[in-house]
Design a protein around this ligand. Structure first.
Ligand code: FEO
Length: 382
């Protein structure tokens, strides 16, 4: 019978307006922090600065009068490390555990020295009693100093940002959509580094994943691992089409909706239509990565694609969009340039099949309807 236990002492943030100053989080976000109460007591990671007091109260309650031996810092981004200094003030005898880069960054953020420190190297193990943490470095998943920790006694991975999702812990929503939006938005650029981490972890028995955001994962882990493997290798997750449009007076929107209707008429089962200016921008970006085919419908604006389209394509390129099929619907009342602008931005995308461009002049007519119908037929055949 084990006497040790692991407690989540993290907090739910339902106040944040934009996570990382960029992502809307309608259901908030959780900053998880774990206490391993064993012969030695370790606290793993802290929380955002706005929740330091609530978190310290959670820690004190969980400790029940004991003093913590260690504060393990897996990730220095302030959503997890902003309360390190407050912790050290309250528990000056606790040893802060991190790698060399951890301490460089902590000292940059807090402009102070953390004297009571343990600097760990890749593969080092911190023994707590029944539990022990083996550190595996995970550079750029999602900052350079990130490491994950494996506890063989529970077959548990403390995965830092990996396997996290948006959404407070008490919100009732499926994992996949908000995990995808979180991953593609924040870590999507670093697929190679996520793959490298998975190679290091290959062969480890795994029954629990404790991420820094979102729920602890304990069942059907292959589902989560499979999703992450696809995202990290830029492999489409679903056979389907995202039709992402920008429209000013509704004519390009009508063209996008016609494309969706034609796709469905040609047998497509999974078609999603999004307005790039009005729908959650990072849902649109994540869905582009979800599907194997993408249609961008854009009006021409100032000799370019529409600003929302430009931002969308830039966000795809920034995240290494690849291994998919793209079709374009270009609208222009004169000097149409959207298709050229879009394809130029995507020139460096690997393994991108351009299925074709349908042209609209101001509004749909018989000719443009026929072009869209033909393009839909081509896409649906893939
Ligand atoms: Fe949740 Fe990269 O911080």
């Amino acid at each position: 019978m084990t006497k040790s236990k692991v407690i989540n002492v993290g907090v739910n943030d339902r106040k944040v307006d934009l996570f990382e100053g960029l992502y809307v989080v309608p259901n908030g976000v959780a900053y998880n922090s774990y206490i391993i109460a064993d012969e030695k007591t370790a606290v793993l990671d802290t929380v955002d600065a706005n929740f330091s007091d609530e978190w310290l109260n959670n820690v004190a309650r969980a400790l029940g009068g004991k003093k913590p031996d260690y504060l393990v810092v897996l990730h220095v981004e302030p959503d997890h490390a902003a309360s390190v200094f407050e912790f050290v003030k309250k528990y000056p005898d606790a040893t802060v555990v991190g790698n060399a880069k951890t301490f460089v960054m902590l000292e940059q953020f807090f402009d102070c020295k953390f004297e009571n420190r343990l600097v760990v190297a890749e593969g080092d193990t911190l023994s707590l009693g029944e539990h022990s943490l083996t550190f595996v470095f995970a550079p750029m998943v999602h900052w350079p100093e990130v490491m994950v920790a494996y506890d063989a006694s529970e077959k548990c991975l403390y995965s830092a940002d990996a396997f996290g999702k948006f959404g407070a812990l008490d919100c009732d929503e499926p994992w996949i959509d908000e995990a995808r939006r979180y991953y593609i938005g924040i870590v999507g650029k670093y697929g190679a580094q996520v793959t490298a981490l998975f190679k290091k972890l290959d062969g480890l028995a795994l029954e629990i994943i404790r991420p820094l955001h979102g729920p602890v994962l304990t069942e059907n882990l292959s589902y989560y691992l499979d999703a992450y493997t696809k995202w990290a290798t830029y492999t489409p997750e679903a056979h389907g089409v995202l039709v992402a449009y920008s429209s000013i007076y509704g004519h390009t929107k009508a063209a996008a909706e016609l494309m969706a209707a034609e796709l469905i008429a040609n047998g497509e089962k999974d078609v999603t239509v999004r307005d790039l200016a009005r729908d959650d921008f990072y849902v649109c970006v994540a869905e582009a990565f979800k599907y194997d085919r993408l249609v961008i419908a854009s009006v021409t604006y100032n000799g370019e694609a529409f600003p929302a389209t430009r931002a969308f394509v830039d966000a795809l390129v920034e995240r290494n969009y690849q291994n998919r099929t793209l079709a374009i619907i270009e609208n222009g009342s004169w000097a149409a340039m959207a298709a050229k602008a879009i394809t130029q931005k995507l020139e460096k995308s690997k393994n991108l099949n351009i299925a074709g461009t349908a042209k609209v002049k101001s509004a749909l007519n018989a000719e443009s309807k026929a072009e869209i119908a033909q393009l839909a037929k081509t896409l649906a055949a893939l």
